[in-house]
Ligand binder design. Structure first.
Ligand SMILES: Nc1ncnc2c1ncn2[C@@H]1O[C@H](COP(=O)(O)OP(=O)(O)O)[C@@H](O)[C@H]1O
Ligand SMILES: CC(C)(COP(=O)(O)O)[C@@H](O)C(=O)NCCC(=O)O
Ligand SMILES: [K+]
Length: 248
């Protein structure tokens, strides 16, 4: 059994080879590792290999690494951002600077379609990357994710306490809804802008793939056609680890 692990700034996600065949993804908060995974991982059959993609600090990775060594006597392999892999060329000036989660999402997206693509990952940050029909990553942007967006406002203003908001149209009529709607509208409008820019550049069809913890929420409000793929990063990790492409 192979275990694939994606450590983001908010959540740790994991899946076995079998889980990925049927789009199952498990998750826990990534703030308290390894305690957050211990209960679930102790129930797993001992894996023959563990592959990790992490955008967290090295001491967090190190704690998980020693848990894995202690319980399963194996040393996990860490994914890395590359210059060229699975038909995708990294567009960053310094390729290694691109987050490994973004890189893996790109190679998984390329395995899904050879059309030009916008790849959106809605997590702690929302990243939006563009890739042309030749698999060239053109570049992308980083926005605060939906939660961070609201958190930033609370941290930097004396905005009075507010309850949960709802999204109606663009014109919210209470504080909570104004903040939530602001975050969603800002992100959707940005995705749409990059989509249209790529469409004009490529002069043809473009597809949009959305992943990450807030994918469904954002997707509900996106006006461009799109597809939600929850396990995009884990599928990229699986590809980098040497497994063949899967038709998702
Ligand atoms: N059950 C859930 N538990 C925690 N966060 C969730 C859940 N469902 C959706 N979310 C949202 O997903 C976000 C985390 O998404 P994720 O892609 O895992 O982020 P990251 O890769 O940065 O860890 C959270 O900020 C939250 O808004
Ligand atoms: C942009 C990110 C913080 C996103 O992290 P996430 O929301 O998945 O936790 C991460 O991909 C990262 O640290 N990237 C390095 C900088 C870059 O990609 O340019
Ligand atoms: K992200």
């Amino acid at each position: 059994m192979k275990l694939y692990v994606d450590i983001g700034n908010s959540a740790i996600k994991w899946a076995t080879e079998d889980d990925l065949q049927v789009d199952i993804l498990h998750q826990a908060e990534s703030s308290n590792l390894p305690a957050a995974i211990e209960h679930a991982w102790l129930k797993l059959k001992k894996p023959e290999a563990v592959y990790i993609a992490s955008v967290r600090q090295q001491d967090i990775d190190a704690k998980l690494l020693s848990w894995i060594e202690r319980h399963w006597q194996i040393i996990p392999l860490f994914a890395e951002t590359r210059q060229l892999e699975h038909g995708v060329t990294n567009g960053y000036k310094k390729p290694g600077q691109l987050g490994v989660d973004r890189w893996l999402a790109l190679i998984a997206a390329r395995a899904l379609s050879k059309l030009p693509q916008i790849v959106v990952d809605c997590g702690s940050a929302t990243t939006i990357d563009a890739m042309d029909g030749e698999g060239r990553h053109i570049g992308g942007i980083i926005l605060p994710g939906l939660r961070v967006f609201a958190h930033c406002l609370r941290q930097n203003t004396d905005i009075p306490h507010y309850e949960t908001g709802e999204i109606g149209d663009c014109f919210a009529t209470d504080t909570a809804s104004g903040i939530l709607t602001g975050a969603i509208v800002a992100q959707c409008a940005t995705v749409e802008k990059l989509y249209q820019t790529l469409q004009a550049r490529e002069m043809g069809d473009v597809i949009c793939v959305v992943t990450g913890g807030d994918a469904e929420l954002l997707a509900r409000h996106l006006e461009v056609s799109h597809r939600v793929v929850h396990d995009l990063v884990l599928n990229g990790l699986r590809l980098q680890s040497g497994q063949s492409e899967r038709t998702v």
